[in-house]
Design a protein around this ligand. Structure first.
Ligand SMILES: [Zn+2]
Ligand SMILES: [Zn+2]
Length: 261
């Protein structure tokens, strides 16, 4: 049994099985990295001597969090079961869904300690990227972040909302506020960044088989199409992939060595 003191205190997990209301996620979801856009967009040399101060000022430029979300998990008469601050448990990817509703499982994943597990019903993400922003370097303790975009309804936590911890980096709060970073509350493995409509899942947590064939299939499924915030990179990656100095589609395109093209 998990040590309940170490986990988010959630007395009950949602078990809502309501008819799925389809909704189309928008691709222009504001993700966590957008909070860094102001420091790098349209700058040729985005590693500024003010980087440290800007990082600390990020919260001042935070987008509004917690905007209205579609709420497919709550059926008529059930909304009052959940206090407002726990309504997120009734929405994808946290609400518990039936096998029939979720469909065929294409991938399974989980944290290092095994307490948090999830499933995906989509073979390939909409897009995968490496993010080199300072925030990702710090929060992940890594040279860059590897993230794969999935609509929220493609993901289902096998244990619902149990055992998760949140960190909304733009507001520096561990309260559940979007956008937020989602990790295992016990081993602290980063699982995903949750935006308003999409999740940026970290493919390193996805399980694949023991064979080389399985390994290659995993690599191929989550291969990146571009690098973002390459202006803040900790190393050059000469892979020939598209590179943006800041946010994709909203900054300068640069070559493998950061030179504007
Ligand atoms: Zn864990
Ligand atoms: Zn980032």
């Amino acid at each position: 049994m998990m040590n309940s003191r170490l986990f988010t205190q959630l007395k009950s997990r949602p078990t809502v099985f309501s008819h799925h209301t389809s909704w189309l996620p928008r691709l222009d979801t504001i993700f966590l990295c957008r909070t860094y856009t102001h420091t790098t967009t349209r700058t040729k040399h985005s590693i500024s001597p003010l980087a440290s101060r800007q990082l600390h000022n990020m919260a001042d430029d935070a987008p509004d969090g917690g905007g209205p979300l579609p709420n497919p998990g709550v059926g008529p008469g059930s909304a009052d079961k959940y206090p407002k601050e726990l309504e997120w448990q009734t929405r994808p990817p946290y609400r518990v869904v039936s096998r029939d509703e979720f469909g065929e499982v294409k991938w399974k994943g989980g944290c290092h300690c095994g307490r948090v597990t999830y499933e995906l019903n989509r073979e390939q993400p909409l897009k995968a990227k490496y993010c080199h922003c300072r925030g990702c370097q710090i929060v992940h303790g890594a040279p860059f972040q590897w993230a794969a975009i999935f609509p929220k309804s493609d993901i289902s936590f096998t244990n619902g909302s149990d055992g998760l911890a949140f960190y909304a980096s733009d507001r520096k709060t561990t309260k559940y506020e979007l956008p937020t970073k989602v990790s295992c509350a016990y081993c602290r493995t980063p699982i995903m960044d949750e935006g308003r409509n999409m999740c940026l899942l970290f493919p390193g947590t996805i399980h694949f088989g023991d064979s080389e064939e399985d390994h290659q299939a995993w690599k191929k499924a989550f291969e990146i199409s571009c690098h973002i915030f390459y202006g803040q990179r900790s190393l050059d990656i000469p892979d020939g992939k598209q590179k943006w100095s800041g946010m994709d589609e909203n900054s300068d395109l640069v070559d493998d060595y950061g030179k504007e093209i």
